[in-house]
Design a protein around this ligand. Structure first.
Ligand SMILES: NC(=O)c1ccc[n+]([C@@H]2O[C@H](COP(=O)([O-])OP(=O)(O)OC[C@H]3O[C@@H](n4cnc5c(N)ncnc54)[C@H](O)[C@@H]3O)[C@@H](O)[C@H]2O)c1
Length: 334
């Protein structure tokens, strides 16, 4: 019931607006009209047979690296929107959003990609696949983002193999959902904060230090979440929401501190995305509600952060730091 509150509010607002223009019709009172329109709006949203579909990348996806000859012929504006010759580290790049942003960077001209992830099997496979699809140097570094020493060692490896990183895309993260605060296990709470928030800090610190030591400007991109700005319905997930609000504020703080080193820090805050993280049967019923609360009526596709990730890593966003860009199909409009 609570899950529909927002939809009801929106539908009632719409109904009120409609009613204002139809005040001349005396057959329904304003309240009756609002209630009727609200019911129609809700049933349209939840039962629509032509519900928008989430775009899916092709099963046999190709990844075409930017040809230097093509780059040289691009107008200056488009050249700046590439990541030509940049070394890019992607945490959580073994799968999901991180993996697709790594692919996008490879297409947009990256010189080398380093994938940091805790999952050895997926990480090895992802690096091998991206290398074989593009011919680019792609390395996998098994790292748990909670382990500062391991991150320092992995960043040192990247510097040695590929050179000083130009950009970090920080996508490693986990989610706990449907856990009421009053029964939240304390160790689970600490674990999530450790991965999502402390892990973001430790990785940014290691990469930031490498950029500073080399006096090289760079771009750090945190994948936060709209949950850092709103409280999701209907699932209770106070820890995830708090962790992502922390990531957004961490991003702003580092942006302010590190502007003097030429290091920019921005956040991408996605709404509900169609990734493995959400492909669990327990969430099927809730997904219908999420879609009904999203103006575009669907979840985001796994590659729908790619454009912004490349832009933020590129020199086209050179005056952009401390920003948090929400990509959510309009969820936070309502
Ligand atoms: N999917 C969504 O709807 C959604 C929405 C908003 C924000 N996000 C955020 O986007 C990021 C990526 O999400 P996704 O949907 O691609 O998830 P995913 O589970 O598909 O991928 C996450 C990756 O992070 C890695 N990882 C997890 N814990 C790690 C650790 N301790 N150390 C190193 N690597 C670790 C995993 O092995 C995995 O490869 C996360 O930070 C998530 O919170 C996702």
């Amino acid at each position: 019931m609570a899950s529909l509150t927002k939809t009801v509010r929106v539908a009632q607002r719409l109904a009120t607006t409609t009613s204002r223009s139809a005040l001349a019709r005396p057959t329904l009172s304003l309240a009756q009209h609002a209630a009727t329109t609200a019911r129609i709006a809700i049933s349209c949203r939840l039962n629509s047979t032509s519900a928008p579909k989430t775009p899916q990348p092709a099963a046999t996806e190709t990844v075409t690296p930017l040809d230097p000859k093509v780059y040289s012929q691009l107008p200056r504006t488009l050249q700046k929107m590439t990541v030509a010759n940049k070394v890019i580290i992607v945490t959580g790049g073994a799968r999901g959003l991180g993996n697709h942003m790594a692919r996008a960077c490879a297409e947009a001209g990256a010189k080398a990609i380093a994938i940091f992830d805790a999952n050895q099997e997926l990480g090895d496979a992802a690096a091998e696949e991206l290398h074989s699809l593009t011919g680019l140097p792609v390395t996998f570094h098994k790292v748990d983002v909670r382990n500062g020493d391991a991150i320092d060692a992995a960043v040192a490896e990247v510097v040695k193999i590929h050179g000083v990183p130009d950009a970090l895309i920080n996508s490693a993260g986990i989610a706990d959902s449907n856990i009421p605060a009053e029964t939240y296990d304390r160790d689970m709470f600490r674990r999530l904060i450790d991965i999502n928030l402390t892990g973001s800090f430790l990785t940014a610190q290691a990469v930031g230090r490498a950029m500073m030591a080399a006096k090289k400007p760079g771009s750090i991109i945190f994948i936060a979440s709209m949950s850092g700005s709103i409280v999701n319905h209907p699932q209770e997930q106070c820890c995830y929401n708090a962790s992502k609000a922390g990531v957004v504020q961490l991003g702003k703080s580092l942006a302010a501190e590190w502007a003097k080193y030429g290091i920019r820090v921005n956040c991408i805050s996605p709404g509900y995305m169609d990734t493995e993280l959400n492909r669990v049967p327990a969430l099927d019923a809730q997904k219908k509600i999420w879609k009904s609360l999203t103006p575009q009526g669907r979840l985001g596709g796994v590659d729908e952060l790619n454009g912004l990730a490349v832009f933020l890593a590129s020199d086209a966003s050179s005056f952009m730091t401390g920003s948090n860009v929400i990509i959510d199909g309009g969820y936070t409009c309502w």
